[in-house]
Design a protein around this ligand. Structure first.
Ligand code: AVJ
Length: 328
């Protein structure tokens, strides 16, 4: 559901239940391969658990990307130049943003996020670090085209999409988002995007199934949330967290696996699972140099430069809005 500006609002029924959450969960649990869209992992508890994940030894992406942003400020200054409006997609509470802003001397900063309170708090924080930088937070769902503030209309834009969040989407959805970003940012815009790299499956699986069990908690939190918010009776103790590399689709999948036959209800509807059946809860796609270039090109962006961390685990790619042409 959206308001007049097309902003997404949480739509609650008379019992205070998030209708979109219930619809997604029921639809997903009725499928032969049960699945719940990954966005529902990120309630307050889930968002905090993800913050914890970024600190665990096995989860390398945050550290690797931060290393690139710290080490390459001169490259960014040269390749991007000053005077751009930096538009960050899903700004969150990013610690990465100041590294970029410091490197390139931008004309404005426009954080986009669906969580308004979070967004304004983060913007206020950043304003203290950059008192002279005009900051225009916009509460919006960036999966759809966003009307940017009038004040940045004439500035060239740099989209910033760190964290390999693009990897959460299947290629079709990722392509739609990249095309939407291009529409939001306009002609002659650039995009700086983090994309995690394909590597040994054991390293990838450990990053999504840490010895300390933080990622397991993150995943199981979804079952707890379903029980709490949708009157569910999922026996959480009989489920285990599974992270497995799917080589056909080049992605790490997170599942909740039933360790014995189970019956449960959600919103009054009955479900059953046999021992070994799973609920698919998240994808994290990994990329090669070629697959990242192909995805970006499919979305209307031409990659122009690419940086890796020292251990070559993660990539940050600078791309330019492709100029449409009819010949090769
Ligand atoms: C927030 C989507 C980048 O896929 O690496 C981490 C989410 N899930 N561990 C990722 C996540 C489990 C993370 N992203």
């Amino acid at each position: 559901m959206t308001d007049k500006q097309g902003l997404a609002l949480v739509d609650l029924d008379e019992d205070g239940v998030d209708r979109a959450f219930r619809a997604d969960v029921l639809k997903g649990l009725r499928q032969p391969q049960k699945a719940v869209p990954a966005r529902w992992l990120y309630d307050d508890a889930g968002s905090q658990l993800f913050e914890d994940i970024t600190q665990i030894p096995e989860y390398y992406p945050t550290r690797a990307e931060t290393e690139i942003l710290e080490d390459r400020e001169h490259d960014f200054a040269e390749a991007i130049g000053p005077g751009r409006a930096v538009v960050e997609f899903g700004s969150g509470s990013s610690v990465k943003t100041p590294l970029l802003l410091r490197a390139i001397d931008p004309a404005a900063y426009v954080p986009l996020d669906i969580a308004g309170d979070f967004l304004r708090a983060a913007a206020a924080d950043l304003q203290e670090k950059f008192p002279a930088l005009p900051i225009y937070p916009v509460e919006a769902d960036f999966m759809r085209e966003v009307a940017l503030p009038e004040a940045v209309a004439d500035m060239p834009k740099l989209g910033f999409f760190p964290g390999s969040t693009i990897g959460n989407m299947v290629p079709r959805t990722a392509t739609d988002l990249l095309r939407t970003m291009r529409a939001t940012l306009g002609e002659s815009s650039k995009l700086l995007i983090g994309m995690d790299l394909i590597k040994q499956p054991d390293v990838l699986e450990a990053a999504y199934d840490d010895a300390g069990g933080v990622t397991a908690e993150f995943n199981l939190n979804l079952a707890r949330r379903i029980n709490r918010e949708l009157g569910g009776s999922i026996p959480v103790e009989t489920f285990t967290h599974v992270a497995r590399w799917n080589d056909d689709f080049a992605r790490v999948e997170m599942h909740l696996e039933a360790r014995q036959d189970v019956n449960f209800k959600v919103s009054g509807e009955a479900f059953e699972m046999a021992e070994g059946d799973t609920i698919h809860t998240e994808n994290s796609h990994k990329f090669s140099r070629h697959s990242s270039a192909t995805l970006l090109m499919a979305g209307g962006w031409t990659p122009v430069q690419r940086w890796l961390d020292k251990e070559q685990r993660f990539s940050v790619i600078l791309a330019e809005a492709t100029i449409p042409r009819s010949a090769p």
